[in-house]
Design a protein around this ligand. Structure first.
Ligand code: GH3
Ligand code: MG
Ligand code: MG
Ligand code: MG
Length: 290
């Protein structure tokens, strides 16, 4: 996957030159002249790094950087200053604001490229540590809690539906008790990967805890989401998702699906989906309830 960068610089020649060099190195970059355009791009895009030259409007840029660092959705996005000033005071000032790196003009392309690669690899290492579940390699609850509010904001802005599926593996304790915890782990890994391969990249999948997973389906009403969850259930029901000692293991799950409705909190929304899980368990498991 290519990395998406945003270059905010008044100098359009430099911007275009840098964009085309970065593109040849596999970094996809957008460019714009000033803060107003940057705000529009940021609200619609998902940038992994923002490169800024603050020299033309220093005060506006200070505010802008503070705003980025205080916004829940953006505070983890690294900010790289590309300045016309080589003064140590300026550098320290920006590092104090929370920027991640600083380079002054004129610069060598190889140097900015090396710094960008360093930032992005530290970011991805950090994200892996903070937001991924080590067993299943999918997002953890912390990431889900963060990202679900971002998705809800988008939903409200675009007035599109969004649905949530809560998934709880059936009789998981007996898998552990019968075959051992290690096999239970393999089944969880297989279930997570089956879920992930059946959803779209715009859907949000996370391990909520233990043998429980959640999927948020943007742009789907409850019926549409339930169809998708049933596809996953059909798959895991009919295909072995783990193998050990030459034996194949299957699993089923119970799921509740709930569409977000105005006025709901994330908590009440999850609770509604979880009620579907209870009902599915009560009705015999291995099913999806809206
Ligand atoms: P139900 O169909 O009612 O959901 O039954 P269940 O056995 O799945 O439900 P219960 O909540 O009683 O048990 C969940 C089990 O999942 C218990 C716990 O040991 C197991 N589990 C949770 N996390 C892990 C894990 O990371 N690895 C393994 N192997 N087991 C886990
Ligand atoms: Mg459970
Ligand atoms: Mg349970
Ligand atoms: Mg269970």
């Amino acid at each position: 996957m290519m990395n998406r960068l945003l270059i905010v610089d008044q100098d359009s020649d430099l911007r275009e030159e840098l964009r085309s060099q970065l593109r040849m190195d596999g970094f996809e970059a957008d460019g714009c002249e000033g803060i107003e355009a940057a705000k529009v791009l940021i609200s619609e895009g998902n940038y992994e790094l923002i490169i800024l030259d603050p020299t033309s409007e220093p005060n506006e840029h200070h505010f802008f950087i503070k705003e980025i660092k205080q916004t829940e959705k953006l505070k983890w996005v690294p900010v790289f200053i590309l300045s016309q000033s080589a003064s140590v005071e300026d550098k320290l000032f920006y590092f104090d604001l929370g920027v991640d790196d600083y380079l002054h003009k004129p610069f060598h392309y190889k140097e900015i490229k090396a710094k960008i690669q360093g930032i992005l690899s530290r970011t991805s290492h950090f994200e892996e540590m903070a937001f991924k579940d080590p067993l299943t390699k999918i997002y953890n609850r912390r990431f889900f809690d963060h990202q679900i509010s971002v998705l809800l904001q988008l939903t409200q802005r675009h007035q599109t539906p969004i649905s949530l599926a809560f998934i709880d593996a059936d009789k998981f304790k007996s898998i552990n008790d019968t075959y051992g915890h290690h096999v239970g782990d393999l089944v969880l890994m297989g279930l997570a990967s089956a879920i992930r391969t059946h959803v779209r990249s715009s859907d949000l999948v996370a391990r909520f805890g233990g043998e429980e997973f959640v999927i948020a389906f943007p742009n789907a009403n409850a019926q549409q989401a339930a169809v998708r969850v049933n596809e996953i259930l059909n798959y895991v029901r009919n295909n072995p998702i783990a193998e050990h000692d030459g034996e194949q293991r299957y699993v089923t799950f119970s799921s509740g699906v709930a569409q977000w409705k105005p006025g709901m909190t994330v908590k009440s929304w999850i609770h509604l989906a979880d009620e579907g899980v209870y009902q599915a368990k009560a009705e015999g498991r291995n099913r999806v309830i809206i």
